[in-house]
Ligand binder design. Structure first.
Ligand SMILES: *Cc1c(COP(=O)(O)O)cnc(C)c1O
Length: 397
């Protein structure tokens, strides 16, 4: 029924489509697709095979590992390929939980984490672990002090994300790492949104585990990686063959890894260009909106923020209605709510930031990408002015 309505509302001619949802996923870079293709066709060997077909795949896999490691100043051996950012997060938490033979039973994380961390933590709680969910401030920030106060004798892991995927807030993970090191506690960070965008240095930062995902950095879906500091022994998540130096079982996803490797390299080469481009567009979008729409609230941190993420709340408008109206104009953004089993739940991130219920329901996330242009941003700002005014009029009737 819904799709029919959408179709009818579509104008006759092919309308312009604008993608501002890069925190959900990114388009795959054409250079990435190009390097993957041979491994989906002629070079199909199993990287664990001894013969030439296998060795060809193995060489590609190791080159990809090197490409990923270079972005964060890690050793190639410290990178383990996984099937997603979700798997990396789950592995870090569950693996660390069992690494101490049940002697340490306390986990520290934050209430604004991605579901892959939050629900893994809840799963551990069901198994008898104790979890502290640190509060965040009005902008979604976790303070190093709160981490220091939460750590106990039996804390086995602190897991605090680097960049929040809903609001873009950048957590002070260098400081948190130092605190963890001083207290001899392992530190994991979900860097899915920051890897390749914000400099990270595993030689200098006290990070033991770091999650990466391919499709958030213009790479393929279904591939990720976990940085695991040398010497660290994590309990396995997947059991089977001795793949990935006997750390993760399962035939290696060679095309995926090759794609992630190339995407990583491109991100590293373009880090400054991308940051400059995104922050200019973000500034352009925010100033245009703030200048022409009343009752707009900035949910993202003013300074400590991912250059391409802008989360705003609009007084007197439902976020879903806003999102759907923009979709009809060919504009893809995300609302602040996570749609779970048909019911729209207010975003746990905005809730944890202490936003009033009406505001959590009226939030929109704009997440910009490499291919967005200033013209697109102007079109979106104009469309938003029109849509917000219309929805507010409807509401007053
Ligand atoms: C997308 C995302 C994930 C999950 O990664 P997948 O590869 O999609 O499983 C985890 N954490 C954050 C912050 C994300 O944005």
């Amino acid at each position: 029924m819904k799709s029919l309505e959408l179709k009818e509302a579509m104008p006759e001619k092919q309308q312009q489509r604008i993608y501002l949802d890069h925190s959900a996923t990114t388009p795959t870079d054409s250079q990435v697709v190009e390097v993957m293709l041979p491994y989906l066709t002629g070079r199909y060997g199993n990287a664990s095979s001894i013969h030439s077909f296998g060795q060809e795949a193995k060489v590609a896999l190791e080159e990809a590992r090197r490409q990923v490691s270079r972005v964060i100043w890690a050793e190639p051996a410290e990178i383990v390929f996984t099937a997603s950012g979700t798997e990396s997060d789950n592995w870090a938490l569950k693996g660390a939980a069992t690494a101490f033979g049940g002697r340490k039973r306390h986990l520290v994380t934050s209430s604004a984490e991605h579901q892959a961390v939050l629900f893994a933590a809840q799963h551990l709680e069901k198994g008898g672990m104790d979890v502290t969910y640190l509060p965040v401030d009005r902008a979604g920030l976790v303070t190093p002090n709160a981490v220091a106060n939460a750590i106990r004798e039996d804390t086995f892991l602190v897991s605090v994300m680097h960049v929040n995927n809903e609001v873009g807030t950048i957590n002070p993970i260098s400081e948190i790492g130092v605190i963890c090191r001083q207290n001899s506690v392992l530190f994991h960070t979900d860097a899915v949104q920051s890897f390749g965008r914000i400099p990270l240095n595993m030689k200098e930062m006290h990070i033991d585990l770091l999650s990466i995902s391919g499709h958030k950095i213009y790479g393929p879906k279904g591939v990720g990686a976990l940085f695991m500091r040398q010497g660290l022994q994590l309990e396995k998540l997947l059991h089977g063959g001795k793949h990935e130096r006997d750390r993760r079982a399962g035939t290696e996803n060679v095309p995926g890894a090759v794609g992630l490797g190339m995407a990583s390299q491109i991100c590293m080469e373009r880090m400054d260009t991308d940051r400059e481009h995104l922050s200019q567009l973000r500034h352009r979008l925010f100033t245009a909106i703030a200048a022409s729409i009343r009752g707009v609230h900035l949910n993202s941190h003013e300074t400590e923020c991912h250059p391409g993420i802008l989360n705003l709340a609009f007084d007197g408008v439902e976020g879903d209605a806003l999102m759907l109206s923009l979709d009809l104009k060919g504009i893809a953004v995300s609302n602040g709510s996570a749609c779970t089993s048909g019911t729209v739940e207010p975003s746990h991130v905005l809730k944890s930031m202490g936003l009033r219920r009406e505001l959590t329901n009226s939030a929109l996330r704009f997440s910009l990408g490499r291919q967005n242009t200033a013209d697109e941003i102007d079109y979106v700002a104009d469309a938003l002015v029109e849509v917000v005014a219309r929805l507010r009029r409807l509401r007053r009737k």
